[in-house]
Design a protein around this ligand. Structure first.
Ligand SMILES: Cc1cc2nc3c(=O)[nH]c(=O)nc-3n(C[C@H](O)[C@H](O)[C@H](O)COP(=O)(O)OP(=O)(O)OC[C@H]3O[C@@H](n4cnc5c(N)ncnc54)[C@H](O)[C@@H]3O)c2cc1C
Length: 434
């Protein structure tokens, strides 16, 4: 291994692999250090890869990449403790390339493939290599210390794409310690089922996929967060995400939460007969724009989850923001190289690029989403209960006159939540679902 590179990338997740691919294609000398035994070995996400950026890097990538299914069907399911009201969307346009840039994916396979593409482009990917420290010289990042023999490696610039658990960036003082109010814990099981059963149960054919999101009391009464089921070819990704602060406050164990979610009737009938193959857990930085760290320093840039680039609104995107930021970090490095200047001032071009892209435009737009969600406690108990009681009443066949039934609906709503509180919550929520 040469000891000096144009660029070092820490982490071979979507952000790091996108950065390395872009740099290597442009002919720069780039090395990626990945702590996993192979890229993706320790990685997890819910399961929908958003691929606009990837499709720009490798048009038609799905023909080659290990994606599971393209998502044609979305279901938003609002649940109380035992009932469900759901909204289904199935759009045929999503059945044609580029398949709405939404593919269910298993990270252990996808990350390995993406890193191999960066290698084919000319990057060196070193696995089983934990980066322990940044090397600082004259006040700027000059390289990294890797946990291996001869572990000091130098470069003009380092792209830190180590994910949400950003020990390296924290240790170097580039990021404060995470505030548990801004982090969620995601827990997921991969549950195997035969393809035919999945197709029948979710109304799918061939490579079509479905994504079901659960809101309301999915995690138990008053527990904030949500659940999901995404269809793979021969398995389901079944999981939940809940703010870590709520877990602490309520003294809840995450495995108890996913067990409860799987027992909910709206969930149990979709996973019935399946066998749990894998259990995975990971943190999600959900603080959004207001929790973003400094994105550059002399000789280094932060990309992906390490920079907090996860859309905390209902869109729940992270993979595309990670890849977009990886590409923009690489483009900034290329510009800095052409100027021979890797100072913080030159690398600030990265922030400008991000500001002009959907990454920071979206994060800024939804900057209040984390606070709104945290403070709208009715979303996770009072409202689901009120909605279900009203729906039950509305759809119950009886000999009561419709006028009396409608009066009763108003009485139920008023009895459950004050109209003033409801109006306030609707106004606040409107800002982050639009
Ligand atoms: C439960 C859950 C559900 C999610 N669902 C979705 C979804 O459905 N769709 C979506 O788009 N996004 C989703 N996300 C978010 C998405 O996973 C992330 O935004 C995305 O993976 C970020 O990519 P990244 O490359 O920045 O970080 P990561 O994917 O975390 O990759 C970081 C890499 O760095 C490596 N690394 C870390 N430290 C070191 C070190 N010191 N030395 C060497 N290597 C190191 C890690 O092993 C890893 O390979 C979800 C996240 C979670 C946790």
């Amino acid at each position: 291994m040469t000891e000096r590179y144009d660029c070092i990338v820490v982490g071979a997740g979507p952000a790091g692999a996108a950065a390395a691919f872009t740099l290597a294609k442009a002919g720069l000398d780039v090395v990626v250090f990945e702590r996993g035994e192979y890229p993706g070995a320790k990685n997890m996400f819910g399961g929908i890869l958003y691929s606009t950026v990837l499709n720009r890097l490798m048009p038609g990538f799905w023909a080659d990449a290990p994606v599971e299914r393209h998502v044609v069907k979305r279901r938003y399911s609002f649940v109380s403790n035992d009932s469900e009201a759901a909204f289904d969307i199935r759009l045929d346009a999503f059945n044609r390339p580029p398949f709405n840039n939404s593919f269910t994916t298993l990270r252990a396979r996808f990350d390995r493939w993406f890193a191999a593409k960066a290698e084919e482009a000319g990057a060196l990917v070193v696995t089983g290599a934990v980066v322990d420290d940044l090397i600082i010289k004259d006040g700027a990042v000059a390289g990294v210390r890797v946990r291996m023999e001869g572990g000091e490696v130098f470069a003009d610039v380092v792209i830190i794409a180590e994910g949400a658990n950003s020990l390296l960036a924290e240790k170097a003082g580039l990021k404060p310690k995470p505030d548990s109010a801004n982090m969620s814990l995601g827990v997921k099981e991969i549950i195997s089922l035969p393809k035919g059963v999945i197709d029948d149960r979710f109304g799918l054919e061939d490579a079509e996929g479905a994504a079901v999101e659960f809101f309301g009391e999915a995690l138990g009464p008053g527990v904030p967060g949500g659940g999901f089921i995404y269809t793979n070819q021969e398995s389901l990704s079944v999981g939940i995400a809940c703010p870590i602060s709520a877990l602490k406050e309520k003294g809840i164990k995450p495995n108890g939460l996913i067990d409860g979610f799987k027992r909910h009737p709206a969930v149990s009938r979709l996973i019935r007969g399946g066998a749990t193959e894998e259990y995975l857990a990971h943190i999600i930085p959900e603080g959004g724009y207001n929790a973003m760290p400094e994105l550059v320093t002399g000789g280094a840039l932060l990309a992906g989850d390490c920079a907090g680039f996860v859309n905390p609104s209902l869109y729940k995107e992270g993979s595309n923001l990670a890849m977009a930021s990886g590409v923009m970090a690489a483009e900034t490095v290329m510009e800095a190289k052409s100027r021979g200047d890797f100072s913080k001032k030159t690398l600030e071009g990265y922030v400008k690029r991000l500001e002009e892209s959907f990454v920071l435009k979206d994060l800024r737009r939804y900057k209040d989403a984390p606070d709104v969600l945290r403070s709208t406690t009715g979303l996770f108990k009072d409202y689901p209960e009120a909605v279900m009681e009203m729906l039950t009443r509305h759809f119950t066949i009886s000999e009561e006159s419709k006028a009396d039934a409608h009066k009763e609906l108003k009485r139920i709503l008023k009895g459950r939540v004050s109209l003033l509180r409801l109006a306030g919550d609707v106004l606040r929520l409107r800002k982050f679902v639009r």
